[in-house]
Design a protein around this ligand. Structure first.
Ligand code: ARG
Length: 454
């Protein structure tokens, strides 16, 4: 394992920057070994993308990470019931499980489990199928639902034993009563209960779509529940299935540490999701508030100034605020991210300073900050020093970019070209607020270093 790490790290580097990849690998390795991630694999993924799935999981295994894999078998079961001519119904999203349904379901679930275990073994990963012994259940509602389990206890012993002996645990969504009656459990419920017991750093849902989709069928990159949940639930395009998913994830994250997160992604994008800042899929966190102060007071300045100085490694001159017409300050609750906006030319907002601490970046706080900035200021401009690693990312965010040595000036939401050129000269001439050169205006401190050298 140890010799392979540098090679793999280098490989990861090809995804973006190896620095990013290494940062995440360290982060994921820091938690105790069974608490890296619970990965819930939908039945559809098992059926249609088995090899990609096994390859993605094998990759994590080779990195020395130990995800706990949990899978459903919904589509396989529908098919089998259909083939057997057994009609079933669902009540409140739970499949009514008669003895007849269970007779069909059990072998289908075992087979799904064995297929994944076999696929992993073929990739050289030792895997252990856990088809019982994890979820101790009572009956959910024997009258109405039949053999459906209500999880009463989650036993981690077999999972931990598998990991301790170098095997990847592959858990099926079956439970049993104390006396050994096998019960069917809904995969989302099983995931939630396992997550609550294990308190992993990451919860990953692998789905065929690879994320939650917005109104234009594009994957939503990040959701911060504190900021976005109510809004999202109100959107007409958020259909009931997605509402349910969001509600479940909201409840699931509730008792976990603020650093925990859920990623919804696909097998083929899993590595990118895990080992880059921008990810590939939907990252959901509880998130923290980002407050807006249109008249920041002493308290806010006292939080902002040390944050800026520490991150940029420079000193602000004592009267740096004197000739700035403050529009307002966005400041994250934890004080780890901030954006200072001043009144610019033609009443367009000028983004004077933006800062996100390195560890908050990976949590998506940079993206959340940027999002609230963009919501508040559809039109704005800002500058970065040419060669600043962040510039590459800015190029993607901006509508226009102009070089004006030593600066690149970016604008967004400004359609008038004459105004744009005024903004460019205005931005280039502004006071940076720092006492001595050199250094970067928007430091190496936001989001990405993948563009280094461009
Ligand atoms: N790699 C980080 C993680 O797994 C960040 C992922 C960001 N993903 C996203 N879809 N925005 O936690």
């Amino acid at each position: 394992m140890t010799e392979i790490r540098p090679i793999v790290t280098e490989l990861l580097g090809q995804l973006g920057s190896s620095r990013e990849a290494r940062q995440y690998l360290e982060q994921f390795s820091r938690v105790s070994e069974t608490r890296f991630a619970v990965i819930k694999v939908g039945g559809g993924v098992l059926a249609d993308e088995l090899n990609e799935l096994a390859a993605a999981l094998a990759f994590l295994h080779r990195l020395g990470l130990h995800p706990i894999v949990l899978h459903g078998a919904g589509p396989q079961l529908d098919q089998a019931l259909d083939d057997a001519g057994v009609v079933t119904e669902k009540k409140d999203g739970l499949r009514v499980t008669t003895e007849q349904v269970m007779a069909v379901a059990r072998p289908v679930i075992y087979r799904a489990n064995a297929r994944l275990v076999d696929a992993l073994e073929r990739m050289g990963v030792r895997a252990r199928g856990l088809q019982h012994g994890v979820f101790e259940c009572g009956f959910e509602d024997r009258e109405q639902l039949g053999l459906v389990g209500r999880i009463e206890a989650v036993e981690l012993e077999s999972i931990q034993a598998a990991v301790a002996s170098g095997q990847m645990p592959v858990v099926a969504c079956l439970g049993e009563t104390r006396s050994g009656q096998v019960l069917n459990i809904n995969a989302d419920v099983a995931t939630r209960e396992l997550v609550w017991k294990l308190e992993p750093f990451k919860v990953i849902f692998l789905t065929p779509t690879g994320g939650l989709l917005d109104a234009h069928q594009q994957i939503i990159s990040a959701i911060s529940l504190n900021q976005d949940y109510d809004d999202l639930m109100d959107q007409p395009w958020v259909h009931s299935g997605m509402q349910l998913k969001l509600k479940q994830i909201h409840a699931m994250l509730e008792p976990l540490a603020p650093s925990a997160s859920v990623s919804i992604t696909s097998s083929s994008q899993l590595t990118r999701e895990l080992f880059t800042h921008t990810g590939a899929g939907t990252l959901i966190r509880k998130g923290e508030r980002i407050d807006w102060f249109d008249q920041p007071g002493a308290e806010q300045w006292q939080r902002l100034e040390p944050l800026l100085e520490a991150s940029f490694g420079r000193r602000l001159h004592p009267d740096w605020l004197d000739d700035r017409e403050i529009e307002g300050l966005l400041l994250a609750e934890s004080g780890r991210a901030a954006a200072l906006i001043v009144r610019g030319r033609g009443d367009i907002a000028y983004l004077d300073k933006i800062v996100v601490t390195p560890e908050a970046r990976g949590e998506g706080l940079g993206a959340a900050l940027w999002q609230s900035l963009r919501q508040r200021f559809p039109s704005m401009y800002w500058r970065a020093r040419i060669g600043n690693p962040i510039a590459g990312w800015y190029f993607q965010q901006a509508r226009t970019s102009h070089r004006d040595e030593p600066w690149v000036v970016f604008t967004t939401g400004v359609e008038d070209d004459a105004l744009v050129s005024q903004l460019v000269s205005d931005a280039s001439a502004r006071d940076s607020g720092w006492t001595e050169n050199p250094g970067f205006e928007h430091g190496p401190q936001i989001d990405t270093d993948r563009f280094k050298g461009e």
